[in-house]
Design a protein around this ligand. Structure first.
Ligand SMILES: Cc1ncc(COP(=O)(O)O)c(C=O)c1O
Length: 341
């Protein structure tokens, strides 16, 4: 049982300091063994690579309690792999084999009391990251790095039901064709702040980004991939080398095909095709699926038949199945659930 005296249902998505965090350092060409530490503050050079040239990448995953009281994490090996991919693109030394998963286990176990109870909708959000901590002045990879993994309890994503959101087509680009859109680099999120401010200021929940080269194809939002449902019930998701390969999206595509027997397509999605779809949703770790009711493109409104009141029926089925697998209510056919013991 969770022993922290917290009103889980009223928690938002913010940082709350928990008891322990995992830390390992890269120095003289090798990673230290790493372990749990108490200090939630990092002490780094004013000339650290992360501060001067944003040499940092991160991940995001959740631990939660299942129906039968286990504490579990969903497909953490994919976060580990994606962190490796981010490291490679940013010239950050990769973690030794197994360190990421060991850190997840140690961190969650040590902060067990912070894992919200089953049914509360709240979860323990895990934030792993690696930052260049050694000093640089010329543009170059930092000589030293720190890998940290901390966790913080976060509230239910949907309070009072999953209400469809409105998006706007952004005039900003998220990622260049051969840039860094496919990795989880901090720099992708720094440059999204102004675009996201602009969307929110105009009354939208998020931006829809189009491909930077032609501005004709759908990419993703600042923090989630798209799923569309065709009028004949097919699941379609954009294929692009400049979007982040969402673990939730990849899992939902498998759920659609293997659990629900639906047809799925990962392909280029022209923006011109969007008004033809019956349902639209955003997928990511935080919400699993957020329904999209409307997308505005410079005064032109695209309204999905699923409307602005509820998630559409096909996305609801996908959502219920994946969250059912995650929470232990539906059989985990593919070994996606990692138990923290
Ligand atoms: C840009 C972007 N796209 C998609 C996602 C969703 O990915 P995942 O399902 O792995 O959380 C995220 C969140 O991590 C993101 O930041």
């Amino acid at each position: 049982m969770s022993t922290k005296n917290i009103d889980w249902s009223s928690l938002g998505f913010g940082y709350i300091k928990t008891d322990k965090r995992f830390s390992a350092v890269y120095r003289d060409g090798a990673w230290s063994e790493g372990g749990l530490v108490d200090d939630a503050t990092m002490h780094i050079s004013e000339s650290a690579g992360v501060l001067q040239y944003a040499q940092t990448c991160f991940e995001g995953l959740k631990a939660y309690r299942t129906k039968d009281g286990k504490i579990v994490v969903f497909r953490p090996e994919l976060n580990s792999q994606r962190l490796d991919d981010s490291c490679e693109r940013l010239r950050i030394p990769k973690l030794p084999e197994g360190m990421f998963l060991k850190a997840v286990d140690m961190l969650v176990k040590a902060n067990e009391d912070w894992v919200p109870p089953y049914g509360s909708g709240a979860t323990l959000y895990i934030r792993p990251f690696i930052a260049g901590t050694g000093p640089v002045i010329g543009v170059a990879p930092a000589p030293e790095y720190e890998f940290r993994m901390f966790c913080t309890p976060v509230g239910p994503y949907f309070k009072g039901g999953a209400k469809p959101i409105k998006l706007m087509v952004s005039d900003f680009d998220r990622a260049a064709p051969n840039g860094t859109g496919h990795i989880k680099a901090g720099l992708n999120y720094a440059m999204s702040l102004h675009a996201s401010y602009t969307a929110k200021h105009a009354g939208y929940a998020e931006n829809m980004y189009l491909d930077a080269a032609t501005r004709t194809n759908v990419e993703e939002t600042g923090g989630a991939n798209f799923l569309f449902v065709t009028k004949d019930g097919k699941i379609v998701t954009p294929k692009s080398s400049s979007i982040l390969p969402s673990i939730t999206r990849r899992s939902l595509m498998i759920v659609a095909k293997e659990y629900l027997g639906m047809e799925t397509e990962e392909r280029v999605v022209p923006f011109a095709e969007v008004p033809e779809f019956a349902e639209c949703g955003l997928c990511g770790t935080a919400a699993v699926i957020s329904p999209v009711g409307q997308i505005d493109d410079h005064g032109k409104e695209i309204k999905f038949p699923s409307g602005m009141d509820n998630m559409g029926p096909v996305l609801t089925k996908l959502y219920d199945t994946l969250t059912g697998i995650q929470m232990g209510r539906i059989e985990d056919k593919f070994g996606w659930i990692h138990e923290v013991k």
